[in-house]
Write a protein that binds this ligand. Structure first.
Ligand code: NAD
Length: 316
């Protein structure tokens, strides 16, 4: 299959990630079937996509007629055969549970045309293991994007042991065509790069919070106004080159033995989860989120991310 032969797309799972990916494909003119097992989630997904597009209009990223064109490209369905029967590229975004993914890929393999590529947005499960349930492991691959997927540019492309060069190359070019910044991993490692790096920082941030080193606000501020302020311009490796590898080497010697190296999530996080304090979605997590504040914070997050996206696109 050539890139120009990818004409119909299916997105499986219409939650946080799936609805955003459906939007990304639709904005580039691909007809998309958005599938979920839950009709209510599909209704919500359509509303969320329309709201995302309105935010794009508000920030001058698209015009009204592009919103209309994108919405016309998306059809929702609870019929998997309808969703993938004519798909050339299928992107799965269902919950991060290996058995569920295997079950879904078994069905996708049966119902999608033999030439279709089956991609997963898993955050860290093995595509070698998921792809092994299909009769086309060479056409299975990971395309892992960040949340919100309609804004964050990077897509990690991870091959399984049997993924073919053709599938990897085609997927890479498709992601470029979608306006994304694809990155090829040279090895299949758990958590890929995005989550290995993100969770190394998260472990230390939680550790500092639990040890009473600073408040949650100040820990986040050190990242937002300090370490993270630089990160979208200079990655951690470039940062060390700019800072001097001799200095960074000495700091590694001093600090590595003292950094948190826990193999389990901290008890404070476990307790919050057990109490149902799951963050924005339940109104409380590490911070309180009464409904009005949650709405304001989401709007503010999107506004700032879109400003950053515009700068990022301008520098390409
Ligand atoms: P989510 O819970 O928001 O959405 C999952 C959706 O899948 C739900 O709408 C659910 O109804 C549906 N679903 C459940 N079983 C299904 C099935 N058998 N077939 C079709 N639909 C089914 O989850 P999410 O956050 O969108 O995560 C989806 C995937 O993306 C996961 O693998 C996750 O690890 C990955 N991911 C999530 C994030 C994030 O920040 N949320 C970031 C990157 C990757």
């Amino acid at each position: 299959m050539r890139l120009s032969q990818i004409k119909q797309v299916a997105v499986i799972g219409a939650g946080i990630m799936g609805h955003g990916f459906a939007q990304v494909f639709a904005q580039k003119g691909y007809p998309v079937f958005l599938y979920d097992i839950d009709k209510e989630i599909l209704k919500k997904a359509s509303l969320r996509i329309a709201a995302n597009l309105d935010t794009f209009i508000k920030h001058g990223i698209i015009r009204q007629k592009e919103k209309k064109a994108a919405l016309e490209k998306i059809a929702t369905t609870t019929d998997l055969r309808e969703a993938v029967g004519k798909a050339d590229f299928v992107l799965e975004a269902i919950p991060e549970i290996m058995d569920l993914k295997k079950e879904a890929f078994t069905k996708l393999d049966q119902l999608a045309p033999p030439h279709a590529i089956l991609a997963s947005n898993t955050s860290g499960l093995s595509i070698t293991e998921i792809g092994a349930v299909t009769r086309r492991p060479e056409k299975t691959i990971i395309t892992h994007g960040g949340n919100p997927p309609h804004i964050i540019p990077v897509i990690e492309i991870v091959r399984g042991e049997k993924t073919s060069d053709k599938t990897a190359e085609l997927t890479y070019r498709l992601m470029l065509k979608l306006g994304k910044k694809p990155v090829r991993l040279l090895k299949e490692v758990p958590g890929f790069l995005f989550n290995r790096l993100q969770f190394a920082l998260y472990r230390e941030a939680l550790h500092c919070l639990e040890e009473g080193v600073a408040t949650a606000e100040d820990i986040d501020l050190v990242v937002k106004a300090g370490y993270g302020f630089r990160l979208s311009i200079l990655g951690p490796l470039e940062t060390s080159d700019f800072g001097g590898l001799d200095t960074f080497y000495r700091i590694c010697q001093n600090l590595f033995p003292l950094l948190d190296a826990s193999k389990e999530p901290p008890l404070s996080l476990k307790k919050l989860v057990e109490e149902g304090k799951l963050g924005v979605k339940t109104g409380e997590g590490l911070y309180p989120y009464p409904p009005a504040i949650a709405r304001r914070k989401i709007r503010e997050r999107d506004r700032r991310l879109l400003q950053q996206l515009k700068l990022f696109q301008a520098r390409k």
